[in-house]
Design a protein around this ligand. Structure first.
Ligand code: SF4
Ligand code: SF4
Length: 325
């Protein structure tokens, strides 16, 4: 039985919709996702379950959680009601307009128990957000007494070498810092190569034969990990490191029949070999000769099931994770 008895640290995804289409986004967020936000009732249910599982603090991420700042206030109230501390809200700074409106938003967030913003600072985000907005938001936070968790300061000088009035493509970075810049980014950032990040890096990743991957198959235990999980706006548990899978949190707490979530279960209990057997036998998946590792094979099968076969409600959710890559 798939069951979760305890959760330690994780995040809440209040919306998948985002202003940007970052090439390193493992959730494949973009402006094309539905304009859906976590409701107050859903937040209340999630926080109450988290509390019962021993998780007393979370961060909030997205999508861009402050895309519509007023949408997050009810979520913050629900956290407070359930005694859940908000460690920080992640933001890409896109919503910065001017000092006055930003100060109003920051004051409102502070009133609702938020004391830290994690502000994204890297060339991937800079493809969509001009750096002046990031700098202005940091300044506004300092004035409003909001702590800043800069992620990552290591990239500051690279970004600051460009004109901060406009966004800059990764090609511009490659021209300035060398053609191996994408690999340097990968090493410096420690990216999770899933979703759109996998698509971006796949062409330069080392390939493995299909047989080699199967030989090394072992259970993907991170799927049931109690650290770095996310719960999304639909109340789904998104496992550590592996977006594109989801099981309702309320089901996981009581124990889920593995036969209901067979793909998740095959990977968690057997590994990529188990998923391949299922996909080949029951859905007619035909493997290719080589892949950029086991997660590439995993995505190839998931894409086949979701995008080509249009697999109905299953553990491969949300469907936009596959469509918006
Ligand atoms: S990385 Fe962040 S800002 Fe970029 S698309 Fe994903 S959610 Fe949006
Ligand atoms: S093979 Fe699939 S489930 Fe396992 S780690 Fe990779 S993406 Fe996650």
């Amino acid at each position: 039985m798939l069951k979760i008895d305890c959760l330690v640290s994780g995040g809440i995804i209040t919306n998948y919709k985002c202003t940007s289409i970052c090439k390193h986004c493992c959730y494949s967020c973009s402006p094309k996702w539905p304009d859906d936000y976590m409701t107050s009732a859903m937040a209340d249910e999630i926080f109450s379950i988290l509390r019962s599982l021993g998780c007393y603090q979370v961060h909030i991420g997205g999508g861009e959680p402050l895309l519509k700042p007023d949408k997050i206030l009810d979520v913050l109230d629900a956290a407070r009601k359930n005694n859940i501390e908000i460690e920080y809200i992640e933001t890409n700074s896109s919503w910065y307009r001017d000092e006055t409106s930003t100060n109003d938003i920051l004051k409102e967030l502070k009133k609702h128990g938020v004391n830290t913003l994690l502000i994204s600072i890297d060339p991937f985000h800079n493809e969509y957000i001009p750096f002046w907005k990031v700098k202005a938001l940091i300044k506004a936070c300092s004035k409003a007494g909001m702590n800043v968790f800069p992620w990552l300061m290591e990239f500051w000088d690279d970004i600051d070498a460009m004109d901060d009035k406009k966004p800059h493509s990764l090609d511009e970075y490659k021209q300035l810092f060398g053609h191996d810049y994408m690999m340097k980014l990968l090493k410096k950032y420690g990216l999770n190569l899933k979703g759109r990040a996998l698509k971006t890096y796949k062409p330069i990743m080392k390939k493995q034969t299909f047989e080699q991957i199967l030989k090394e198959s072992k259970p993907c235990k991170l799927l049931s990990g109690i650290y770095h999980f996310h719960i999304d706006l639909y109340g789904n548990f998104i496992p550590q490191s592996c977006p594109g899978f989801s099981i309702p949190l309320r089901e996981l707490v009581h124990g889920v029949d593995p036969r209901k979530y067979r793909i998740f279960n095959s990977l968690e209990s057997v590994g990529i070999r188990g998923f391949l057997e299922l996909a080949a036998k029951e859905y007619g998946y035909k493997p290719k000769e080589e892949y950029a590792g086991k997660c590439d094979l995993c995505y190839d099968m998931r894409n086949y099931l979701v995008l080509e076969l249009g697999l109905g409600p299953s553990d491969l959710n949300p469907v936009n994770h596959y469509k918006q890559v």
